[in-house]
Design a protein around this ligand. Structure first.
Ligand SMILES: N[C@@H](CCC(=O)N[C@@H](CS)C(=O)NCC(=O)O)C(=O)O
Length: 205
């Protein structure tokens, strides 16, 4: 097994899907979490051409862009799509995840407090409920217990990571969505995922 070193900040953010993949596969890796102060010092030496985190070092080679990293790790660990259709279904969830974090990020980035409150109200009252019901519809179209069909894949961890955050804000967020609720609970109860969630540093997102 190669030597994996995942470098990111002390948050789940753009690294957690990859952390979940390592956890689910029971693969050891170095989970390096840098502070903002440390990052300011090492940013110039960051081996990503984008000068951003996360980066993944694999036996000394540097991989960058979080979704490319997750896709690479998923394939290495057998949690990728094994057919064209499975791969397609994973990209659907990954795309929806990207839409959600862009929307949450745009609310966060607004400086004017009044406008920010307005955007946040719209995100929480309209965008997120619609996003969740769309995800339920996507899940219901699949013939199986997981987003790609009958196998756990990286797509399920994009969903899980997003919904872990949404449930942190509103514990009932998935209550009326039986497919998503059931999948969320199945992932929570996976022993290797439960072990990771109980030992990882506690962070807001
Ligand atoms: N598209 C990139 C975005 C990476 C990104 O925005 N990283 C942020 C943290 S979430 C970062 O490194 N910020 C510090 C900086 O830009 O100096 C990815 O998904 O990896």
């Amino acid at each position: 097994m190669p030597n994996y070193k995942l470098i990111y900040f002390n948050s789940r953010g753009r690294a957690e899907v990859t952390r979940y993949l390592f956890a689910a596969a029971g693969v050891e890796y170095e989970d390096v979490r840098v502070t903002g102060e440390e990052w300011a010092k090492i940013k110039a030496d960051c081996k990503s051409p984008f000068g951003q985190l996360p980066v993944l070092e694999v036996d000394g080679n540097t991989f960058y862009q979080s979704q490319a990293i997750a896709g690479y790790v998923a394939r290495e660990l057998g949690l990728h799509g094994k057919t064209n259709e499975e791969e397609y279904r994973i990209y659907v969830v990954q795309g929806a995840f990207t839409d959600l974090i862009q929307k949450l990020g745009s609310a966060e980035a607004e400086k004017d407090p009044e406008k920010k409150a307005e955007i946040q109200k719209d995100v929480f009252e309209n965008y997120i409920p619609k996003w969740l019901s769309s995800m339920e519809e996507v899940f219901q179209q699949v013939n199986g217990d997981y987003f790609a069909g009958d196998r756990l894949t990286v797509g399920d961890f994009y969903f899980f990571h997003a919904c872990e955050y949404l449930k942190g804000i509103n514990q009932q967020a998935l209550d009326k969505l039986p497919g998503l609720n059931g999948l969320f609970d199945r992932i929570v109860e996976m022993p290797k995922i439960a072990a990771w969630r109980s030992k990882r540093p506690v962070t807001m997102f």
